[in-house]
Design a protein around this ligand. Structure first.
Ligand SMILES: *[C@@H]1O[C@H](CO)[C@@H](O)[C@H](O)[C@H]1NC(C)=O
Ligand SMILES: *[C@@H]1O[C@H](CO)[C@@H](O)[C@H](O)[C@H]1NC(C)=O
Length: 345
């Protein structure tokens, strides 16, 4: 090699980000410099710049959005909130209006069912709780796991479309959300309540299971995006939710709805859909914060709150995804039939 060529080579390698990643000591500077942050070893490692910015292992992320972040201090998830606030509303959505009311009454929520809003196979139940000073919207999952898996396959190849908050969601979710919000009138009903001084300080709580979890994600963020509620007045908790759209959607969602948790029962397969080739693929991406019940969901079960949106050390680390029983049972009740005995233990 001539001296000229050698000088040129040295100049290139010293200005290139390649092979220089190790100098970054935190996730934010690491990913900003297009390197891969390894959250298991807390080190910054090389990325495959030439392969279109990706990382070699599922323990790494190249997205600043996915850097570890503590959950909101003013709304820390507790098992009590999940089991005694979220669960009754989700279970209630599987019954008709009268059955939903019986369920909420038996579980002492202090809630009155206002109505149910339908679009094809998607459905939301709206209730008002004076105990909690909250409007509560809950979305049920698809009827029957088999049908859902078919829908899931459709999602895999399915078209995505833009969602107003930023980023994109799936066509099915887009049409279900706008059908329920606009056509069926959920948005107008919430607006009417908001205009009523009786409810001036009420919060908006949005819950949902499975596909309904993704609809909850769209609903809570849209309600803040359209200035119906401010971020501090909105809480969102889902069970067994699918990925709702791409990384941009997840990020926009978290900015609008920081008080947000996704509960995962052990290794629930549906929470791994739509599938992707690597955990860090930005095409479809979970939002924060995963709450992982790693063994079961019996009373006093162990859980952890995961600090990455796609967290390799949480439910992703359990490969037993094909065990379908995890999806229909949350908090040790069968979600889609509990209403049949009035949501009683
Ligand atoms: C709704 O669900 C039924 C079965 O539960 C299914 O046959 C039908 O295709 C679904 N409709 C849509 C639009 O997904
Ligand atoms: C509830 O827990 C018991 C004890 O582990 C188990 O046998 C039962 O199948 C569970 N029921 C549901 C619906 O998860």
């Amino acid at each position: 090699m001539s001296i000229k060529a050698l000088t040129f080579f040295l100049a290139i390698s010293s200005t290139s980000a390649l092979f220089d990643c190790g100098k970054n000591t935190d996730c934010s500077s690491c990913t900003t410099n297009k390197c891969c942050w390894n959250s298991k070893t807390n080190t910054c490692e090389e990325s495959f710049l030439f392969l279109g910015l990706s990382c070699a292992s599922n323990d790494q992320t190249i997205h600043t959005y996915n850097c570890p972040k503590a959950p909101p201090a003013n709304f820390v998830y507790t098992d009590d909130f999940g089991r005694n606030k979220v669960l009754p509303y989700i279970a209630a959505t599987y019954g008709n209006k009268a059955q939903a009311q019986t369920c909420l009454t038996n579980r002492n929520t202090g809630a009155q069912v206002v109505g149910q809003y339908e679009q094809t196979n998607c459905s939301a139940t709206l209730a008002i709780s004076s105990n909690d000073q909250a409007f509560v919207v809950a979305f049920r999952g698809a009827q029957g796991l088999e049908q859902f898996l078919l829908t899931g396959l459709d999602l895999f190849t399915g078209t995505k479309c833009e969602f107003p908050i930023n980023g994109s969601t799936y066509l099915l979710y887009h049409s279900c959300f706008f059908g329920i919000w606009n056509t069926a009138g959920l948005g107008a009903q919430l607006q009417q309540f908001k205009n009523d001084p009786t409810y001036a300080n009420y919060e908006l709580w949005v819950f949902g299971h499975s596909l309904g979890g993704s609809l909850a994600t769209l609903t809570s963020s849209y309600a803040v995006y359209t200035n119906l509620f401010t971020s501090d007045k909105v809480k969102q908790v889902t069970t067994g939710a699918t990925r709702s759209g791409d990384l941009k959607l997840a990020q926009a969602h978290d900015n609008l709805v920081p008080n947000s948790y996704r509960i995962v029962n052990v290794a629930d397969l549906i929470t791994k859909l739509p599938p992707k080739l690597s955990l860090d693929d930005a095409g479809t991406y979970h939002h924060r914060y995963e709450v992982w019940y790693d063994k079961n969901m019996l009373p006093n079960a162990h859980f952890e709150i995961c600090d990455q949106a796609e967290d390799p050390s949480c439910s992703f680390s359990n490969p037993n995804w094909l065990a379908a029983e995890y999806h229909n049972s949350y908090f040790n009740v069968t979600l889609d039939s509990w209403y049949q005995n009035g949501c009683q233990y």
